[in-house]
Design a protein around this ligand. Structure first.
Ligand code: NAG
Ligand code: NAG
Ligand code: NAG
Ligand code: NAG
Length: 266
């Protein structure tokens, strides 16, 4: 079981760098622009963010699609340590809620597998398709339960991903030792703030729970699925869910006392 490692109120702590395949560290130049896509105007904008003290360091990647060819450029500005070591294009950052896009994409890829007969498991008896409009009750009949019967029966993937199930944030109902499944099984005890689709109300809960669908129907862990289906095809070799796997990367993060706690992994 993959435990939920929660980073503040964020969803799974996906770490990403700007560069998908960083070269040797010594060769990486700060604010480098090998393909010329990061022009002086973009560079000045990035430097302005650093100068305004909004953030100590940042990386930026620019991808240009042109006539079926892809050009990429990577830059970094500011510092990656409190000692003033410069940020590099391969400096890892916790990307917080940007990780939600990876979950949503992973679900779409899994749905596409079912649509094209590439699925590794079968849907429950009587369920003929798996799309963003499929109801959670159909896909996870033994797990999915909300306090409100109507919301429980009618909510679909689109509702969960769009923050309209009626459940509000409830950030204190889970801990680091929860799994997507153990968390989801307690949804039925949460009083909803609204009726289904009555009101948009931000909730991390559904994004913490939905990896269970990937695990159940792909036969892989969520992290394996995203790695195999998104990171590897896109050559995102410097992006990870597992800091322990990374060698020589630097992960600036916020510690328990809300102070910067830089941590070298080797
Ligand atoms: C992927 O990255 C590696 C370096 O990490 C590089 O050698 C390889 O050419 C890249 N593959 C593609 C398809 O870009
Ligand atoms: C686009 O690519 C095609 C095939 O490689 C080539 O013939 C064409 O000249 C290219 N067009 C431009 C504008 O580069
Ligand atoms: C980066 O480090 C240098 C050298 O220690 C320091 O002067 C500068 O203020 C730092 N910049 C930021 C944005 O923290
Ligand atoms: C793929 O899903 C369909 C629909 O549930 C099912 O009939 C089929 O057996 C599944 N394939 C595999 C390999 O489980």
């Amino acid at each position: 079981m993959q435990a939920l490692a929660l980073f503040l109120a964020y969803v799974l702590p996906l770490l990403s760098s700007a560069s998908p395949n960083p070269g040797p560290r010594a060769d990486v130049r700060t604010a480098s622009s090998t393909a010329g896509l990061i022009n002086p105007e973009v560079s000045a904008y990035a430097q302005g963010i650093i100068d305004s003290n909004l953030t100590p360091g940042l990386t930026l990647s620019v991808v240009r699609l042109n006539n079926n060819s892809v050009t990429t450029d990577f830059g970094a500005w500011g510092n990656r340590t409190e000692d003033g070591d410069p940020a590099q294009p391969d400096t890892l950052f916790a990307i917080a809620s940007v990780s939600k896009a990876f979950l949503t994409s992973a679900l779409g890829i899994l749905m596409d597998d079912f649509a094209h007969g590439r699925n590794a498991t079968a849907l429950p008896h009587g369920v003929s398709e798996f799309t963003f409009d499929t109801k959670l009750e159909a896909i996870l009949p033994d797990v999915w339960k909300l306090e409100d019967d109507f919301a429980s029966q009618k909510s679909n993937f689109r509702d969960l991903l769009s923050h309209v199930t009626g459940l509000t944030r409830n950030e204190f109902m889970y801990t680091r030792t929860d799994t997507p499944l153990s968390l989801g099984k307690r949804f039925k005890y949460i009083h909803p703030g609204y009726d289904l689709r009555e009101q948009w109300s931000y909730s991390n809960l559904m994004y913490l729970f939905l990896p269970h669908v990937i695990t159940t129907y792909s036969g892989k862990t969520f992290q394996e699925f995203v790695t195999e289906r998104i990171f590897v095809p896109l050559n995102m070799t410097a992006t990870t869910y597992n800091l322990q796997q990374e060698k020589g990367v630097y992960w600036p993060g916020l510690g328990a006392l809300m102070c910067l706690t830089p941590a070298w992994s080797n």
